[in-house]
Design a protein around this ligand. Structure first.
Ligand code: G3P
Length: 287
């Protein structure tokens, strides 16, 4: 049951509608779901087909992705469902735009995921003006977050999500939770059109800290949400402290939100690696 003092929207991070059903049943609510090419590739039916040696044609793979997000959307008609475009380093902005516009017709409650790359931001600037709901993904630096804020300026509240990845910063010894804190702090100077969606949540304590920080949204794997349901959807005690262990705190940077997005340094190695991984997982499904 949803705690009364919960200020964070809870999303499931999964490409499997069976998990949506299970989490809904155990938790009693869900505010949305995020998918990405790697999660889509892990869908049990997709896996079964690939393991049998029967890859999809380029057209088929989009049709299968579409049917999965349509099923999820039917389960969460009042929530948001994120669908990610295919983008590698060579994907031109026109191709990102046409995928985004097509995917946005699949369901009525989509947020379209674009990477925080130059082409992703060019597309975001155009699509935000058209009123499309967007989820800007693979965010690892405050400058990237500021570029999203600036490229989508004047969008409505709730129209733009920003997905900073916690676990992948942890993986290289940097405290992903300190990054979430910094991004939230930076947005206090803004107009609220960007909502911070904490992603790459790997552990129960990541999740508890997201709630403690009051991030706008947390997208969370089924395993962690089921543990939360088991624990009666608890909120952390007043004196509970997140234990970052040996991870290095990322210090807050003074970043001006009011520059043109093209003036920010948006390069980050983890964005490049993340893009490569998503493209590889997607291409592995296609003949
Ligand atoms: O929400 C983004 C997420 O699916 C990525 O998670 O564990 O691959 O870093 P992970």
């Amino acid at each position: 049951m949803k705690p009364e003092n919960l200020n964070t929207k809870i999303f499931l991070d999964s490409g499997d509608p069976a998990e949506t059903k299970l989490v809904l049943e155990k938790l009693g609510f869900l505010d949305g779901q995020t998918t990405n090419p790697s999660l889509f590739a892990k869908n049990p039916e997709v896996q079964a087909r690939i393991t049998s040696g029967n890859k999809y044609s380029k057209g088929e793979v989009y049709e299968v992705y579409k049917s999965i997000v349509q099923e999820v959307s039917g389960l969460l008609p009042n929530g948001s469902v994120s669908i990610e475009v295919y983008a590698d380093t060579n994907t031109p902005v026109e191709e990102i735009l046409s995928q985004a516009r097509e995917m946005n017709t699949w369901i009525p409650n989509a947020h379209i995921k674009l990477p925080v790359t130059k082409t992703g931001l060019e597309a975001a600037e155009i699509l935000a003006k058209e009123g499309m709901r967007l989820n800007m993904t693979l965010v690892f630096s405050q400058e990237q977050a500021a570029a999203v804020y600036s490229a989508t300026f004047r969008a409505n509240k709730g129209q733009i999500y920003l997905s900073p990845f916690i676990g992948r910063l942890d993986d290289r010894g940097e405290d992903g939770m300190s990054f979430i804190k910094n991004v939230l702090e930076m947005h206090k100077a803004g107009d609220g059109h960007v909502e911070v969606l904490s992603a790459s949540v790997r552990t129960y304590s990541h999740f508890m800290q997201c709630l403690k920080l009051n991030c706008d949204i947390a997208t969370v794997p089924a395993k962690v949400l089921l543990e939360w349901a088991e624990k009666g959807c608890e909120m952390s005690e007043e004196n509970w402290q997140y234990d970052k262990g040996e991870l290095k705190t990322l210090e807050y940077e003074q970043v001006d939100l009011n520059k043109n997005w093209r003036e920010y340094n948006i390069q980050h190695d983890l964005t490049d690696q993340g893009l490569e991984k998503f493209a590889k997982d997607w291409n592995n499904l296609v003949q």
